[in-house]
Write a protein that binds this ligand. Structure first.
Ligand SMILES: Nc1nc2c(ncn2[C@@H]2O[C@H](COP(=O)(O)OP(=O)(O)OP(=O)(O)O)[C@@H](O)[C@H]2O)c(=O)[nH]1
Ligand SMILES: [Mg+2]
Length: 286
């Protein structure tokens, strides 16, 4: 994915003076916006360059430092996991963002690492959704809990009990993403979250919001709704195999203050990566 990430060199290469001129700073700002950093952050950074009279030779270290600060402020990038506990992953996000696909990949990863994995078909809204998750469960060779006409919160409840009874140490819960009826969606997600919290005991929970990276800034607008309903603890950015720009991950950290812990780079079962800050920052500057 690095060919789309390395935007910093392009930015620095447009400056020919020792200290960027006002016009050059405007160009920098435009390029930062184009890199999907978000308008507010692009303005903030270009104003700093102007005010602090950052020299051209110092532009790269300046940007590196700013990006690192933003990412560090968003929190720990490591996925919460303890093999000896029940690790619950509750996956939320809008329609088509890539929830079910990511669950399939995550299931495969955990299974391969020797865990006992249970998927919960919590998207009871769309008929084909449960089928889709079942296909992924077969691919990953893990168990699935699904039940026709079940309430998603009731199913989550069952899943949590089943994990304890049968010794599953990874439980991944799918959810519906329809935004057409925002009120119902939020109420349903709150209910599922309530059940998980109640059943959690001392176990680990990651509430993962899936953000479609190919949607750029548009995807961020919906994030707050999900965060309010479920108190999101981590982000997975999907579809980073397309014509995406690396700025979105920095923008997410800045706007939402939630760390990106997973990235999805394709439709295949292995196309998932744990986010590594240093690797990501280096790729921006390649
Ligand atoms: N290119 C690419 N496609 C992806 C990626 N992740 C998911 N997709 C595709 O995006 C589409 C939607 O993915 P789903 O996993 O069904 O999305 P969802 O969030 O579960 O959608 P709903 O169940 O409708 O809410 C599918 O065609 C996936 O194959 C990715 O990282 N890259
Ligand atoms: Mg789905």
């Amino acid at each position: 994915m690095s060919k789309f990430l390395s935007f910093v060199n392009n930015i620095v290469s447009i400056v020919s003076s020792d200290i960027p001129t006002d016009e050059e700073i405007e160009d920098i700002e435009a390029m930062l916006i184009k890199s999907d950093l978000g308008v507010d952050l692009a303005i903030e950074l270009s104003e700093k360059i102007k005010k602090d009279k950052i020299k051209t030779k110092d532009l790269k270290p300046f940007l590196k430092d700013e990006f690192e600060k933003i990412l560090d402020n968003a929190g720990d990038f490591n996925l919460k996991f303890d093999k000896n506990k029940i690790n619950v992953f509750f996956v939320v996000g809008v329609n088509g963002a890539g929830k079910t696909t990511l669950i399939g990949k995550l299931a495969n990863k955990f299974k391969k690492e020797g865990n006992k994995v249970l998927l919960v078909a919590g998207d009871t809204f769309r008929a084909a959704a449960e089928e889709q998750l079942e296909i992924w469960s077969k691919r990953a060779d893990v168990d699935i809990l699904r039940q026709d006409k079940a309430q998603s919160a009731a199913l989550a409840f069952k899943g949590m009990d089943l994990a304890k009874e049968k010794g599953y140490n990874v439980v991944i819960i799918d959810s519906a993403g329809r935004l057409q009826n925002k009120y119902n969606l939020i109420e349903e997600l709150k209910k599922i979250k309530g059940v998980i919290d109640k059943k959690l005991e001392d176990n680990n929970l990651e509430t993962i919001l899936i953000i479609d990276g190919s949607q750029g800034q548009n995807a961020l607008n919906q994030a707050q709704i999900f965060n309010e309903a479920t108190n999101v603890s981590s982000i997975a950015v999907t579809k980073l195999d397309g014509s995406y720009r690396g700025g979105i991950i920095i923008s997410i950290a800045k706007e939402l203050n939630i760390p990106t812990k997973l990235v999805s780079v394709g439709e295949g079962i292995e196309d998932i990566k744990e986010f590594r800050k240093d690797e990501f920052i280096n790729a921006l500057f390649e």
